[in-house]
Design a binder for this molecule. Sequence first.
Ligand code: FVH
Length: 305
Amino acid sequence: MKDTTAIGRVSVIGLGAMGSALARAFLAAEYSVTVWNRTAWKCAALAQSGAEIASSVEDALDSSRVAVGCVLDYAASVSLLHSPETSARLSQKTLVQLTTTLPKEAREEAAWAERHGIAYLDGAIQGYPQNMGTPKGVVLYAGPTAVFEATKLLLRCLGPNALFVGPDAGQASALASCLTASFTAGSVLAFLQGAAICEAEGISIDTYLSTVLTHMMPGMVADTLQTCVRMIKSGSYVGSQATLDTWASSLRGKVSYAREIGVDSHQLETTLGYLERALSAGHGQDELPAVFECFRKNATGAEGD
Ligand code: FVH
């Protein structure tokens, strides 16, 4: 859909793998794009695709009403954007921060932006550079609703899933932590541990993957996640499918089995450790979602307790 909100040009600060993908997606959607990167030669490919190269961050900010930042980390972003010269140039403009931030950093940046009259959105990209500008492009945003509304057509060029989390600038980053660190990295490591068992047992890794994708994720995994949400909301972990005692008994066996066949069992032991804690707290006859009680803020026995 053509942007009728008059954001004709966008500046992209940072042309690493992700910044370059963002700039390409904006160009593909027929925006005019100005780019800047610390290492100048990385701009050449974008120039060939039609982007204008700015010779300084200041020039890049001068050329557009919306700037998108995507550099290595928050410290690098601060070093580029918080000088008096750059802050002044951003005043009365919009900054969309797609550099990965921690929630605390996003909130700091929002406060800094407010002091300088900058409309600010913190974004958290949930995908790889190859996903940008495709239906798999997912980016979470947090900040003032009006700023999101004013920029959403532009942001949808990165993928149709420009998901607004809420006005608290730290919440996109916080949800991203749940999605990528807690869920994606945790599940992928669990998958890899299983892959090592398949290798040791001579089971095809393709069979493993297709069973996970076709049957487990839409079946047992999705069902259990939905049960987690229902039980957490109700505050009761009583169910009729499988008790924590049953799960723990099975997992103890699987830890011994992994050790016997010489496959690393630490990941399973860690999982079992959480189950044992929930058992010690009296949840043996509850279902698996009861383990949530071990993770909660200020939970008894939690790290740092
Ligand atoms: N790549 C990905 O899949 C992930 C997906 C989730 C979101 N991340 C975040 O995106 C930010 C950039 O990541 P990237 O993949 O583009 O990273 P690199 O290819 O390593 O490029 C880094 C760019 O940052 C520039 N840079 C680094 N330090 C400074 C600095 N002190 N001053 C100015 N620029 C700096 C670097 O410039 P150069 O080395 O080319 O001169 C690159 O442009 C990141 O927050 C991810 O967490 C991507």
